[in-house]
Design a protein around this ligand. Structure first.
Ligand SMILES: CC(C)(COP(=O)(O)OP(=O)(O)OC[C@H]1O[C@@H](n2cnc3c(N)ncnc32)[C@H](O)[C@@H]1OP(=O)(O)O)[C@@H](O)C(=O)NCCC(=O)NCCS
Length: 265
């Protein structure tokens, strides 16, 4: 399962992991376990991230599956996030023989280089929180996440809370009539770390450079503000990570997500 992830230098992956955990713990109850931690948020039970079993150490698959079944017994899904590559590989082997499990790999990237090319960012403007939530809901609908009643509202509320846990600015692009068509968020902890999150353009507005302009603008801003660590989380099996690489991000660590909906048996 391994991909080399040392391009961003030692320590960046651990720092990103710590920031992501801190973010979850500002919204959910996080409890340390012998192999990592668990999160619980009874107010937002449909948000997987806030009710996850998180594994940072080496552990055998049967033990992790038992821990997950117990932690998420009251929920309609199983959801594990695994940072340790060996543990993730063993779990993936076991679950590939099991029904209904979906495995995703995300890559945590840290800003290390200047953008490969500077682009015109003059189209970038600020969006309100409500405008941003509106675009995020479009994204969730596009992903087909409205199958479970209430999930879109819970995810939108989760994103609002995350935004408030950080100091979040919302950069966007507007159409000629002023309607927002693309967005990204720049989160700052005020202590040298920034997080570029949720890059999205309406399907009708793609391929016109909005995504590149937004990420470049966010990165320029994060640099100008003197952050020592600026990170982004991408799907390791999808193309946007190449855009982020172009803008100066480098792989720093991988995390595997294992998910099963109860309805899939
Ligand atoms: C990711 C996203 C925001 C990109 O927005 P966009 O405005 O269409 O992107 P841009 O027009 O700035 O394109 C940036 C670069 O990516 C390339 N690109 C765009 N779409 C692509 C695709 N489907 N496959 C491969 N490369 C693509 C472009 O060619 C461009 O490179 P170039 O500048 O060398 O021509 C948009 O596709 C989107 O909203 N996707 C769904 C949400 C998502 O997946 N977000 C990322 C989560 S990690």
């Amino acid at each position: 399962v391994g991909t080399t992830t040392d391009d961003a230098g030692p320590g960046a992956g651990a720092a990103i992991g710590a920031h992501l955990r801190r973010t979850v713990s500002s919204i959910a109850a996080v409890v340390e376990t012998d192999v990592g931690w668990t999160a619980r948020c009874d107010e937002l039970p449909l948000v997987h991230t806030l009710n996850q079993v998180h594994v940072t150490a080496a552990a055998p698959p049967d033990r992790l599956l038992a821990a997950t079944a117990s932690h998420q017994a009251h929920l309609g899904y199983r959801h594990l996030v695994v940072e340790d590559p060996g543990t993730a590989g063993a779990l993936r082997d076991v679950l590939s023989r099991s029904h209904g499990w979906k495995t995703d790999r995300e890559v945590w990237m840290a800003l290390r280089e200047p953008p490969a090319r500077q682009v015109d960012t003059s189209r970038v403007t600020e969006l309100t929180e409500d405008e941003t939530v509106c675009l995020m809901k479009q994204w969730l609908l596009e992903e087909g996440l409205d199958g479970t009643p209430g999930v879109v509202d819970q995810l939108a509320e989760y994103q609002r809370r995350e935004g408030r846990a950080w100091t979040e600015r919302r950069f966007g692009v507007r159409a000629a009539d002023g309607a927002p068509v693309a967005v990204t968020k720049l989160r700052s902890d005020g202590d040298g770390t920034a997080w570029v999150e949720d890059v999205y353009a309406l399907a009708s507005a793609r391929g016109r450079g909005h995504g590149r302009a937004l990420v470049t603008h966010a990165v320029n801003r994060a640099r100008a503000e003197g952050n020592g660590l600026t990170f982004i989380v991408a799907d390791d099996d999808d193309w946007p990570k190449h855009l982020y690489h172009d803008v100066g991000f480098r792989p720093s660590a991988l995390a595997w997500t294992f998910h099963r909906d109860a309805s899939t048996g």
